[in-house]
Write a protein that binds this ligand. Structure first.
Ligand SMILES: [Zn+2]
Length: 77
């Protein structure tokens, strides 16, 4: 009884991760939608060649966005 329920949940999470991993993201540097996942947490723009450290399976994570905002705030001081 417990196995199918558990399996469905995990499969759904895995599918979402794979989908995000395969998608192209907009490059913050050149603005083109050419950023692809290169390896674990490493994203590369196929247009300008810039590399980004992002999330493991998605380009930007909630934690990443928060820390970027904090870095910006601290560098103003
Ligand atoms: Zn670019």
């Amino acid at each position: 009884m417990r196995t199918p329920k558990y399996g469905r949940r995990i499969r759904k999470l895995a599918e979402a991760a794979i989908e995000q991993k395969r998608a192209s993201y907009e490059c913050p540097k050149c603005g083109k939608k050419k950023v692809r996942r290169k390896s674990f947490s490493l994203w590369e723009c196929r247009s300008c060649g810039t590399r980004f450290a992002g999330g493991a399976y998605t380009f930007s994570t909630g934690a990443g966005v928060t820390s970027l905002r904090l870095i910006k705030e601290y560098s103003k001081e």
